[in-house]
Design a protein around this ligand. Structure first.
Ligand code: ADP
Length: 761
């Protein structure tokens, strides 16, 4: 099956039909309604013009060179303008027609390299791809890479896309052998919370672990700045600006929006108000105190007769710290910030005990949103059998299922065998097996309802995460995040969302833990898709060979967040189309370079999601798009892609392969000038990040001295004073001198105080 490929003004028009099918006209779909007279193509001039325009626009407004859709506010602004256009006399289709035609531009012949052999058959195409990969960008496929590199990397599905580094499991007996020229740069920055299982996976995969504050002869501090990966705590959004090209962090900015219990509830509450409790009532009803005190009181009085139970939790804490189950109003803290939640008092019990589920969820991108759910996880049991009596509410071993609490109970039994239904911790796989065989539960339906809960949970924070990512993250390569989502099943097997952990514990003390978390870590790192660092000395990799390895390392163009003017226009159009059928029909007809980049990244991910299931996007998840804070371009692109190609992935992949063979995906707009300025300010942030030393608590506030803008001209009188001072050897009171004097004075004062105290005693 061969697709027709025509490179046009800003994009490529694709026809997924077989050769025998008529090729679709360029302005297909809506554009077909008004056939236009054929114009003579003026390809090159037009392309050049548009590129230049985008550069200029980029310089003027860096902000605009990104996709307009991720930022909710800017999207609303755009929509308003667009709605205005829509309500004009012309029908909507005309408007779309006009802009689509503008976008499609004039047909230009395919790139020179391709022209050498017209793409008429698979054979020709493969030859053309081969020609390009050998002569234009160097080998990037497994066949053309030296064995030493091919064995430690995974090739992309697409030509002219650098391969990805392979991650092997923590328990791999033969660690990967990485060529020294690459390994030199495989630096992973350690933090105090990097889990052991992550460290083992990294060392087995050839990484060097570097301490944050390392400053030794072998590893000077400058070296620690060039790490390519980090597994650390969540940071403030601004700090993400310090992440450089080619570095990856295991968080997105703004995920506290779902990681804090109060924010999570507020976000879900907004969605419930908009789309109904039947859709978003996935978390037990919660009150954020002291703000919601009055409403809680009102609710409390309604249920007081039923002896309703409530659970009190600190808004941003974990491991069951500060959690209490209560039933009396007097037990509610009146001033302290807490969340008070309806207690699920009829949980699903196994052998009389309550349990909760720990699900592992990976987000590899927020715009487009891509969510993966790990097939395995943990079921954590309470160590005391459950009862509903008021007198037992204080028993934390009965009502809380946290491992950190129950392991202290004398009843707690560890489970050494990951396949066994025994002890107080099971794997999710075992639990589902048990539910299916022993309890005749419809586990497929249960899994579906869990997937629904996970997607809605992530979507509830998507607006803020997306906006903060757009504002603070400079490359699509920089972030991914693993979440631990806790879920409780009630007696009807309805899953209730308890909380989202943004740094889920990967502590693996028992064989059961390591069985679940070991493969999880290598899968997560493989899905995060690390490249060979750009600093790698390629000549040292293959000395004496003519064949260059230019296509091997990280290529920033693949992950640029900047868009050309035409790409931005396309985003605007398809973000503002209301009808799904319209964008499904149109959006894939003209793929931009940026579209291709997003799609190849996602297709490459799908190849390594070993044990993880991509739950969003799929061909059936478009209904969730309405719950997002606004229509998102990339999510629509993926909706259309999945609708068309999920049944025949091979067809989609081969279309992308053809485009990549021409190098189309590498046509990225230049980085706007403003970005350079932004990077400078990020430098301060970077310094702050690498040397995070807190100032002493009670340090006196420094007064900054205004610096003279021009060199000072001394008057004659001043000159004389200086000379006099030099003769008498008096110190010169400059800014620094002044603070030194202040320090001296204060230490002198302290000493006198001390002496006085001593005298007193
Ligand atoms: P933490 O972050 O401290 O672990 P969680 O919200 O996960 O806090 O709650 C700890 C435990 O308390 C859960 O594992 C669960 O067993 C129990 N729990 C929490 N909320 C509820 C609830 N609404 N109904 C019933 N049990 C709950």
């Amino acid at each position: 099956m061969v697709a027709k490929v025509c490179v046009i003004g800003y994009g490529v028009t694709l026809s997924p039909h077989k050769d025998s099918h008529p090729v679709r006209p360029i302005n297909s779909g809506l554009a077909q309604t008004k056939p236009k007279p054929k114009k003579k193509p003026k390809p090159k001039v037009k392309v050049m013009k548009t590129v230049n325009q985008s550069v200029i626009d980029g310089e003027i407004d860096d902000y605009n060179s990104r996709s307009p859709s991720p930022d909710v506010d800017s999207w609303q602004m755009d929509t308003e303008t667009d709605i205005h256009t829509d309500t004009s006399d012309k029908p909507r289709t005309d408007c779309v027609n006009k802009i689509t035609t503008k976008l499609n531009g004039t047909i230009v012949s395919p790139k020179k390299n391709i022209q050498k052999g017209k793409i008429n058959s698979d054979k020709d195409l493969i030859e053309a791809m081969h020609y390009i990969s050998l002569h234009k960008s160097g080998p990037t496929t497994k066949d053309t890479l030296p064995d030493s590199i091919a064995s430690c990397t995974r090739p992309s599905l697409f030509p002219r896309v650098p391969p990805y580094l392979k991650f092997v499991r923590h328990d791999e007996t033969s660690p990967l052998k990485i060529p020294p020229a690459i390994q030199k740069h495989l630096k992973w920055k350690l933090t105090t919370i990097t889990p052991i299982v992550v460290k083992k996976t990294l060392t087995n995969s050839g990484f060097r672990l570097i301490k944050s504050e390392c400053d030794t002869a072998e590893c000077p501090q400058e070296e620690t700045l060039d790490w390519i990966g980090i597994w650390g705590k969540h940071m403030k959004s601004l700090m993400f600006r310090a992440i450089k090209e080619g570095q990856k962090m295991n968080h997105f900015p703004g995920t506290f929006q779902i990681g804090r219990k109060d924010r999570l509830w507020r976000n879900l509450q907004k969605l419930s108000a908009k789309y109904g409790v039947s859709e978003f009532g996935i978390m037990p009803k919660t009150y954020v105190l002291p703000h919601d005190m009055k409403i809680l009181k009102h609710e409390w009085e309604k249920h007081v007769a039923n002896d309703e139970r409530w659970i009190i939790k600190p808004p941003a804490s974990a491991r069951g710290t500060g959690i209490k189950v209560v039933s009396r109003w007097a037990q509610i803290p009146k001033k302290r910030p807490v969340v008070v939640q309806r207690y699920v008092s009829r949980p699903y019990l196994i052998n009389g005990s309550k349990f909760d589920l720990r699900l592992y969820v990976l987000v590899t991108s927020v715009h487009p949103l891509r969510i993966y759910l790990y097939h395995d996880g943990l079921a954590r049991f309470a160590s005391v059998k459950y009862n509903d009596e008021l007198s037992s509410l204080n028993d934390r071993y009965m009502h809380l299922t946290n491992y950190s609490i129950n392991r202290l109970s004398k009843n707690y039994t560890p489970n050494e065998d990951f396949a066994a239904c025994e002890g107080h911790k099971w794997t999710l796989d075992t639990l589902f097996q048990y539910l299916k065989t022993e309890k005749a539960v419809d586990t497929e339906a249960l899994w579906e309802s869990i997937k629904d809960l996970v997607i809605k949970t992530i979507i509830s924070g998507e607006g803020s995460i997306s906006a903060l990512t757009k504002a603070n993250v400079g490359s699509r390569y920089n972030c991914y995040e693993l979440f631990g989502i806790d879920v409780l099943l009630d007696e009807d097997l309805k899953p209730w969302l308890l909380e989202v952990n943004i740094s889920p514990s990967l502590h693996s003390a028992s064989p059961l833990d390591i069985h679940v978390k070991g493969p999880l870590v290598s899968t997560v790192l493989n899905l995060a898709q690390f490249h060979v660092p750009a600093r790698t000395n390629l000549d040292a990799l293959q000395p004496g060979h003519d064949c260059k390895l230019d296509g091997l390392p990280y290529d920033s163009r693949l992950y640029t967040v900047y868009l050309s003017k035409e790409e931005r226009d396309k985003h605007l159009i398809y973000t503002n189309i209301e009808d799904r059928q319209t964008y499904l029909r149109e959006i894939l007809n003209t793929l931009t370079s940026d579209d291709v980049r997003s799609l190849i990244c996602a297709e490459d991910e799908l190849r390594v999601c070993d044990g993880m299931e991509r739950i969003f996007p799929t061909a059936n998840t478009h209904r969730y798009l309405t719950y997002l804070a606004g229509p998102r371009y990339y999510n629509r692109l993926f909706d259309a892609w999945e609708t068309r190609y999920s049944g025949d992935r091979h067809a989609g992949i081969s279309l992308l392969q053809r485009l990549c063979a021409t190098g189309y995906h590498l046509e990225a707009p230049p980085v706007p000038l403003k970005r350079a300025a932004a990077e400078l300010s990020a430098l301060d942030c970077r310094m702050m990040w690498t040397r995070r030393r807190r100032p002493p608590r009670h340090a006196p506030q420094r007064r900054t001295c205004p610096r003279p803008t021009a060199p000072r001209q001394r008057t004659q009188q001043q000159q004389q004073q200086v000379q006099q001072r030099q003769q008498t050897q008096q110190p010169r009171f400059a800014c620094a001198g002044r603070s030194r004097r202040r320090r001296l004075r204060s230490s002198r004062e302290r000493n006198t105080d001390l002496n006085m105290n001593r005298q007193k005693t």
